[in-house]
Write a protein that binds this ligand. Sequence first.
Ligand SMILES: N[C@@H](CCC(=O)N[C@@H](CS)C(=O)NCC(=O)O)C(=O)O
Length: 260
Amino acid sequence: MSAPITANAMLPAVFIRSSSTSTSTSTSLRFFSLSRIPRSRSLSVRASAQIEVCAKASSTVPTRLGDCPFTQRVLLTLEEKHLPYDMKLVDFANKPDWFLKISPEGKVPVVKLEEKWIADSDVIAQALEEKYPEPPLATPPDKASVGSKIFPSFIGFLKSKDPNDGTEQALLNELTAFNDYLKDNGPFINGNVISAADLSLGPKLYHMEIALGHYKNWSVPESLPYVKNYMKLIFSLDSFIKTRALPEDVIAGWRPKVMG
Ligand SMILES: N[C@@H](CCC(=O)N[C@@H](CS)C(=O)NCC(=O)O)C(=O)O
C-alpha cells in the first residue's frame, strides 16, 4: 500500500495496515521509519513490534491520526527513541467496546507495554524512559516544568468571550517568561538537547498556533523571537512532521470549547 502520511522525503515512513483482529471500527497501523532500520536486521524482525498505541482517529480523514497533543507526545517519544509501534486508531464518535475495556474513561493515549496497557502520557513517557533508556530523553527535574503553564493559559484565552478579561495577557505573560528562559538556556528546554519537556510542550504549542490563529486571528508576537524559533525548530523535526495532526482536525477538536 502507499504511505498515507509522510511529509519528509529524507525519512520515508510506511504504514503497514494489518487487518484488525479486535474490531472493525478501528484501524491498525504499523508505523516505522525505513531509514531507521539497520541494514543488518531483517524487516520481519524489526516489524514484530510489541508496543501498541491507541490514538484518536482523524474526524476529517478517518484513516489518519487525529488531534490529541498527549498522544502526539507519546508518539514523539517512541519516534525519538527509534522504537517501532503499532497504532490503533479509535473513532471518538463511536468508541468501540474493546477500547473502553482498555481505557474505561475513554481516553487516549493508552499504550501496551510488556503486555500491560498503560494510560496517561506522563506515566507512559516515564515507563518508556525506564524500559528504553537510550537515547535518554529525561528532562532534569529543575527544568521539567518550564513552559507548563502555557497550555492552560492558551485554553483560558481560547474559551474567553470577553476581550478584556485578562486571559490574553495571562498567555502573553507565560510566553514572555518562556521567551526569556529560552534566550538564556535554549534552543531547547534542556539547552542543546531535546528532552521529554520539549516533546510534551511542542504539540501543545502546535494546537495553540492553529486554534488561536483560526478562532482569534491571533499569533505569537514578533517580540517573542525565541519562542517563535523554538516552535519552528520543534515543528520541523521529522518525528513531529510524521506524528502531527491535520490542522482541520485541531480546529474541529477545539470547537466545542470555543462554543461552550
Ligand atoms: N492526562 C491525560 C490526558 C489525556 C486526554 O485528555 N486525552 C483526550 C484526547 S486529547 C481524551 O482522550 N479525551 C476523551 C474524549 O474526548 O472523549 C494524558 O496526559 O494522557
